[in-house]
Design a binder for this molecule. Structure first.
Ligand code: SAM
Ligand code: DTB
Ligand code: SF4
Length: 333
């Protein structure tokens, strides 16, 4: 057998577990790690096959983000420019009013976004914050857009109130593998995150949950993050894969950058392990070449943040993305 045949073998051998034990994970971590270790071409081929079984490979969903409450957050997430613990120059602001949010959502729709995501720098919203966000969700929904919020930890009751207001998706990320989590955040734990995701699911909303890569984690830890996501039952409908945006003043600023091909691998592994999820090529696109973004779409990414700002940092502007879509023959959906 030639070397090439040997190295290609795992392509069809690595499959989700059909566990003998009823509680065994669908994707044991070693199987996820084995995907990461495939030859790059085999990995991308397999990701494309899975992608085409479930989606039109030339369609990419576009979500526009708006920071509805910026900065001053008491949490110490070491990647985040909005934490009060770090001096990043981000000014703390108040919750935006309904007219400002409606105007931003209308502009996003006009540019071709199908979903509008509202983010707040809260550890956990108070009930009176939720009352105000409910008004924002209704206003955005009335424009005919899908709605998404990311507001921090939610109680069961708050999740139900948001669902009743018409919220379609709630974004709450696991961020990294369980064993890497303590290096990144100390003010809340992994279980807090899982509890919020359970409340979101129980309220009947779609779950948007992913993580960040490029925070100095090992490949084994990247596999750990993807295994956590893929073994949720059900797995999230939307999976944002963020590339760390290094912001001066945060503890993660100055880390060695992740190899872009390792980022593409992470997208491919997410696609293979969560075949029907929208995998979002999320933060970090402004720092990425068009060629790397094209590889991410080939690897199965089929959603992006669209508009010149994420929450506090930059993102490619509408025109640049429209030109990239035209170059690649991508359509929005
Ligand atoms: N405060 C809420 C929370 O943490 O859930 C919602 C907003 S928070 C900014 C949403 C997500 O943005 C985080 O969970 C993290 O995954 C991502 N994020 C924040 N800063 C980032 C950065 N510098 N680079 C990449 N992703 C980042
Ligand atoms: C997600 O996974 N990424 C988005 C969104 N969900 C809220 C946020 C990215 C934030 C990047 C840093 C910033 O702009 O502040
Ligand atoms: Fe606060 Fe969210 Fe930033 Fe963490 S990621 S510091 S919770 S805004």
């Amino acid at each position: 057998m030639t070397e090439a045949t040997v190295s290609s073998q795992p392509v069809h051998l690595i499959r989700p577990g059909k566990p003998a034990e009823p509680d065994a994970p669908r994707w044991p971590r070693p199987a996820v790690l084995a995907l990461f270790e495939l030859p790059f071409n085999d990995l991308l081929y397999r990701a494309q096959q899975v992608h085409r079984q479930h989606f039109d490979a030339n369609e990419v969903q576009r979500s526009t983000l708006l920071s509805i409450k910026t900065g001053g957050c008491p949490e110490d997430c070491s990647y985040c420019p909005q934490s009060v613990h770090y001096d990043t120059g981000v000014q703390a602001g108040k919750l935006l009013d309904v007219d400002e949010v409606r105007r931003a959502a209308a502009a996003a729709k006009e540019q071709g976004a199908s979903r509008f995501c509202m983010g707040a720098a809260w550890r956990a919203p108070k009930d009176r914050d939720i009352e105000k966000v409910v008004e924002l969700v209704r206003a955005v929904k009335d424009l005919g857009l899908e709605t998404c919020c990311t507001l921090g930890m939610l109680t069961d009751r708050q999740a139900r109130a948001l669902k009743e207001a018409g919220l379609d998706y709630y974004n709450h990320n696991l961020d990294t593998a369980p064993e890497a989590y303590g290096r990144i955040i100390s003010t809340r734990d992994y279980q807090d995150r899982l509890d919020t995701l359970e409340h979101v699911r129980a309220a009947g909303m779609h779950v948007c949950c992913g993580g960040i890569v490029g925070m100095g984690e090992s490949r084994e830890e990247r596999a750990g993050l993807i295994a956590q996501l893929a073994n949720m039952d059900p797995y999230p409908e939307s999976v944002p894969i963020n590339h760390l945006v290094q912001v001066e003043g945060t503890p993660l600023h100055g880390l060695d950058p992740l190899d872009p091909l390792e980022f593409v691998r992470t997208i491919a592994v997410a696609r293979i392990t969560m075949p029907t999820a929208r995998v979002r090529l999320s933060a970090g696109r402004q720092q990425m070449s068009e060629a790397v973004q094209a590889l991410c779409f080939l690897a199965g990414a089929n959603s992006i943040f669209y508009g010149d700002k994420l929450l506090t940092t930059g993102n490619p502007d509408w025109e640049r993305d429209q030109s990239l879509f035209a170059k690649l023959g991508l359509r929005s959906c």
